[in-house]
Ligand binder design. Structure first.
Ligand code: IFM
Length: 797
């Protein structure tokens, strides 16, 4: 079943049926002012942090999940009939009510047609502003004049701590104070204590937000939720919509809302527009200034155009057209947009991440940067530096770097048992990704503090990360798992060993040696080479199970991910990372990946492990906590799909790699959206595996490691366009049936247009590469040969 279509030219997803299986959301704003909006205008808004800067309430896991939101109620003054400008919350019958939602690049447009009135509401956050704009256009499509009431409804969080707002009611119900100044609503919390704008995390400060409506006469307001909804009213049937007139209630304590009532008269065929402005600050100051600035429709239009240009620019690091329209839709917008949003909000704000967590998880954040490096290398550099200062002088990493409170050089060191064995290993992907993208080798010499004490060059940080794991090995000489490796549900502790991190460590040593060779650090290279020479035989001796690689060893010697076991006999990650790390090559790599196909591949992608855990003790294998086939207990964990795809491309299997890629690609499920249930335009944390009663249903959309790895796998390994130390590599690995594809890549300030031809239907291999008419050897385009505009022709064969 299909609920919408991709409009690639506009970079929008167009939802034509509002009754989607779940609320399908989009992100507005920036890390200064964030907002989540759904296809029915549900969602919430926050200043800097969904956890500590919440001022618009959503009641998580509500029915439906996105309410309350940003509602505009419309009411016919003659008949008293009322509806909402998005299908919900009023929910008129769909044979009388038509709607369309266009989710775009940080804006959403919702149109409706009901009873001869067309509405179009555009929601966005102007660049550089801590406020959102709702531009509302109303058109009378009928033959008689109409008198309408338009009512905004937002429900405020009483406390800017989202948890306090929803849970600590004995406090938060008694701290809100509402006011109205010049027709602008002022929502105040703790208003008798001073603001402390330089100390964002100080919860004890007075704060305000405003709500204004400009462009139509205001007939009244309500700020008391009970006055508006009525004690037994609902969002679908508010008391005031039945009476037709606001009561000008000024709430103090209890629950507070923002209702502004505007009167709009429309002649047949006439269109009128007004603008609603909601943002951070006082009604009398920031509210008034916003109303003055945005009272003019041309100004609103100009800001919207600026916003689109800004985001489209961010998406243009790479554009491509392939024979697969679904892949094209992901490449045109949703793949890179998903990466940029995940990079911005980490795991802090969605309809699932409900604002209880803040801060940047180490491993997630370092991986998220991989998906945006080609688009925003200088921004990503700042984040990378922050994360390097989250590394401890022991080489381990703070599990979470608190971006509002992080104090490099002064953090206390958590015990080893709270550290993750993999955290520092991700730096060996992201530091090279930055240098390859920018050519900035000097970064390796930049000195940055450790989180607790001392400092080192970036190269020194990398060495320390390797040493951390080399110094913490178990009985087989492999790294200890500590509180988790990539898998949060595998707790191998200070003695049990992780084969996944063993492969990552191998990758780290190889990469470190490569970097040192490039910058002439011969001694360091020799150190890494020697460690690698000792490490490979250890892996060979202990990690191979016969047909695939083990997952790890418990401190009691139990082998996880072994054919000897009844549950969790084979895991995906150690097969893919054996190949990615360069440890498994040739027949051995082929055998490991053949086992993946035989035991783990499904129509939705490759399962994390099988069979799922039911009886295994949870001491180490905490996946047993989950329903079989969900999350770490054997689901199709989307984050890991990219690694399977990359491994297959490294083996030259273009058709199989793309089969895996497409299986978990959201757009490929657009015409079967009822199976996946979530947004068909974004990645998710996992899809239920066949053994789950919810097989095929996907969960935790938007924010996960999946976005970055899917983007890296699709663009850098399927299309094969990736930055390298000295230039841009073009090394496609595609389905034999593809006759070619074209792409444009921005690289170190230059534009490179690439035309890939595959006349003989091969899956991998570059026969010739021509740059601006000059035939070059191999598949690397040297950076120093690039002009401002370049034409590259690659013939596969
Ligand atoms: O790797 C983790 C990630 O850090 C958070 N979500 C789950 C993944 C697998 O456990």
């Amino acid at each position: 079943m299909q609920y919408g279509t991709f409009d690639d030219a506009a970079r929008e997803y167009v939802i034509t049926r509002p009754d989607t299986p779940r609320s399908w959301s989009n992100y507005l704003g920036s890390t200064e002012y964030g907002a989540i909006i759904t296809n029915n205008a549900g969602g919430y808004s926050f200043y800097k942090s969904a956890a500590q800067g919440r001022f618009l309430r959503v009641r998580f896991n509500n029915v439906p999940v996105d309410q309350p939101g940003r509602t505009i109620y419309l009411r016919d003054a003659e008949s008293g009939d009322f509806w909402s400008a998005a299908w919900q919350p009023v929910g008129k019958p769909l044979d009388e009510y038509k709607s369309e939602c266009r989710h775009g690049t940080a804006y959403t447009v919702i149109t409706s047609e009901y009873s001869g009135i067309r509405s179009e509401t555009t929601y966005f956050v102007p660049l550089g502003h801590a406020m959102e704009v709702w531009r509302v256009k109303l058109t009378n499509t009928g033959k008689t004049p109409r008198r309408l009431g338009a009512f905004t409804y937002v429900e405020y969080a009483n406390n800017w701590s989202s948890v306090n707002d929803l849970v600590n009611l004995q406090y938060s119900q008694f701290i809100a104070t509402m006011g109205v100044e010049d027709g602008i609503i002022d929502h105040g919390t703790n208003v008798h204590i001073p603001a402390d704008p330089d100390n964002f995390e100080n919860a004890d400060q007075g704060r305000h937000s405003f709500l204004a409506l400009v462009g139509a006469p205001i007939a009244g307001y309500d700020t008391d939720r009970t006055a508006f909804l009525g004690p037994y009213g609902t969002y679908a049937k508010p008391h005031i919509l039945e009476t037709g007139r606001c009561t000008n209630s000024l709430a103090a304590g209890d629950n507070v809302c923002g209702v502004l009532q505007a009167e709009v008269t429309l002649a047949p065929g006439e269109t009128k527009e007004f603008v609603v402005l909601m943002g951070v600050g006082r009604a009398g100051a920031e509210g008034k200034a916003a109303a003055k600035e945005f009272g003019n429709p041309a100004r609103v239009e100009e800001e919207l155009a600026k916003l689109k240009a800004y985001w489209h620019g961010r998406l243009e690091g790479l554009t491509a057209t392939t024979p697969d329209p679904a892949f094209n839709s992901m490449l045109a917008m949703w793949g890179p947009f998903n990466c940029l949003i995940t990079y911005a909000w980490s795991r802090a704000a969605s309809l699932i991440y409900a604002g209880e967590r803040d801060g940047l998880g180490y491993r997630d954040t370092v991986q998220d940067m991989l998906g945006v490096m080609h688009a925003i290398p200088s921004e990503a550099l700042k984040r990378l530096e922050l994360m390097l200062t989250g590394q401890l002088s022991t080489g381990g990493c703070m599990p979470v770097v608190k971006q509002f409170a992080h104090r490099p050089g002064h953090e206390s060191v958590p015990p080893d048992t709270e550290l993750r064995s993999d955290d520092g290993m991700w730096l060996f992907l992201t530091v090279p990704a930055y240098i390859k993208e920018s050519g900035d080798f000097a970064f390796l010499k930049k000195v940055l503090p450790y989180a607790d004490k001392g400092e080192a060059s970036v190269l020194g940080h990398l060495r320390r990360a390797i040493e951390f794991n080399l110094e913490r090995c178990g009985a087989h000489g492999l790294p200890c798992g500590l509180s988790a490796d990539w898998n949060d549900c595998i707790r191998l502790g200070a003695k049990g060993e992780t084969v996944m991190v063993a492969f990552q460590l191998r990758f780290a040593l190889k990469t470190y040696a490569e970097i040192c060779a490039l910058i002439g650090e011969a001694g360091e290279k020799a150190w890494a080479d020697a460690a690698l020479a000792r490490f490979d035989p250890l892996l060979e001796a202990s990690a191979w199970d016969g047909e695939w690689y083990l997952r790890g060893f418990g401190d009691d010697g139990i082998k996880y991910g072994s054919a000897e076991q009844k549950e969790g006999r084979i895991f995906l990650n150690t097969q893919t990372w054996a190949v990615l790390s360069g440890h498994a090559t040739g027949a051995r790599a082929g055998q490991a990946m053949a086992s993946v196909e035989k035991h783990l591949a499904t129509d939705h992608g490759v399962m994390l492990c099988t069979p799922p855990f039911v009886e295994t003790s949870m001491k180490v294998m905490r996946a047993v906590l989950f329903v079989p086939g969900m999350k770490e207990n054997g689901s199709i964990f989307t984050h890991t799909q990219g690694w399977a795809v990359i491994a297959e491309t490294m083996l030259g299997h273009g058709s199989k790699a793309y089969r895996y890629y497409r299986a978990s690609m959201p757009a490929a499920w657009n015409d079967r959206a009822e199976t996946r249930e979530i947004e068909p335009y974004v990645y998710c944390q996992f899809t239920n595996a066949p053994m789950s009663p919810r097989a095929g249903a996907s969960r935790v959309p938007w924010l996960s490691g999946s976005a970055a790895w899917a983007y890296v796998a699709g663009t850098q390994y399927v299309l094969g366009i990736r930055a390298d130390w000295q230039g841009l590599v073009v090394d496609p690995c595609i389905p034999a049936a593809w006759k070619g594809f074209s792409a444009t890549r921005r690289f170190r300030g230059k534009t490179v247009k690439i035309d890939v031809q595959n006349p003989n239907g091969v899956e991998k291999g570059v026969k010739s590469l021509t740059l601006n008419g000059e035939v070059l050897p191999g598949n690397v385009i040297p950076a120093d040969k690039l002009k401002d505009e370049n034409a590259v022709v690659v013939v596969m064969g």
